[in-house]
Design a protein around this ligand. Structure first.
Ligand SMILES: NC(=O)C1=CN([C@@H]2O[C@H](COP(=O)(O)OP(=O)(O)OC[C@H]3O[C@@H](n4cnc5c(N)ncnc54)[C@H](O)[C@@H]3O)[C@@H](O)[C@H]2O)C=CC1
Ligand SMILES: O=C(O)C1=N[C@H](C(=O)O)C[C@H](O)C1
Length: 243
């Protein structure tokens, strides 16, 4: 096993979890400037917790190296995913999992939101993170919004009620597939999200809190153990779970 971004907040938590895990051996810890190609024949699986600017290039290098990839780094868009899917089709022996959140509470919150979305007129997402986070909205919030939008489209729901005629830039958040997503950055927080779904007279609130980065580790270890048995590109840890 190799960890990319090993000196970072998630990378260091991951190296500790891998060292403590039965049946896994940590053979490489990579940082900025280290060569991913050098993992060929050295590691079976690599975990990427780096930065949005480099994660796609890392996955292409891992595919070339024949190393299964578990990717937690966020900032992915449809174009980047498309390029990785095209590349992965030339390496059908390699598994790639790109998961915006490995915490079980977050994975379930995303699923619950997509199940509930068809029944509500309005839905908005608020994500709250530590202020050292580079990307906004969070990858989890984007994935949540995509799930809500897909469920609404499948149910034939139109645009949400919103009479806003004037607003300061950003006041209504980012528009992700027609779902408003709001990002808060607050000292002392780790990773939190609230999904609001409402109808006239009622409100459903779904909330997930990661108070500590250890919350991500059971999902990371599950992914590391499973990725070789699941070739191709998968997005979201829920694709590995029997939900
Ligand atoms: N999927 C999930 O469950 C989670 C995902 N994340 C995501 O993981 C990513 C990392 O988050 P943090 O650990 O908080 O960031 P961080 O800034 O603490 O760590 C990033 C590390 O990557 C290193 N790095 C930069 N370029 C590199 C390169 N080319 N090769 C190897 N290493 C390189 C940096 O030097 C740094 O040590 C973010 O995108 C974040 O959103 C964070 C928490 C959970
Ligand atoms: O940067 C973080 O900290 C986190 N990033 C991921 C995201 O963008 O969704 C997962 C989690 O929210 C923590």
């Amino acid at each position: 096993m190799a960890v990319l971004g090993a000196a970072g907040r998630m990378g260091s938590t991951t190296t500790a979890a891998v060292r403590a895990a039965d049946g896994l051996e940590l053979v490489a810890e990579l940082g900025e400037g280290d060569d991913v190609a050098a993992l060929t024949g050295v590691a079976d699986v690599a975990i990427d917790f780096t930065v949005p600017e480099v994660t796609e290039a890392n996955v292409h290098a891992l595919l070339d190296a024949g190393v299964h990839a578990v990717v937690g780094t966020t900032g992915w868009d449809a174009a980047a995913l498309g390029r990785v899917r095209a590349h992965a089709s030339t390496r059908p022996d390699v598994g790639v999992l790109i998961a915006p959140n490995f915490a079980l509470s977050a994975v379930l919150a995303m699923r619950f939101a997509s199940v509930a979305a068809r029944y509500f007129a309005s839905a908005e997402v608020v994500e709250m993170h530590h202020p050292r986070k580079l990307d906004a909205p969070s990858g989890t919030a984007v994935h949540t919004a995509h799930g809500i939008a897909a469920a609404r489209a499948e149910a034939g729901l139109g645009a949400m009620p919103d009479a806003t005629a004037t607003s300061l830039p950003g006041a209504r958040g980012a528009d992700v597939d027609g779902v408003n997503v709001h990002s808060l950055r607050l000292a002392g927080l780790v990773a939190h999200e609230q999904i609001f779904l409402s109808n006239p007279g009622e409100l459903l609130t779904i909330r997930t809190d990661s108070f500590d980065r250890v919350s991500f580790m059971p999902g990371v270890l599950l992914a590391v153990r499973e990725v070789a048995a699941r070739p191709g590109v998968h997005v979201g840890l829920d694709t590995y779970l029997d939900l």
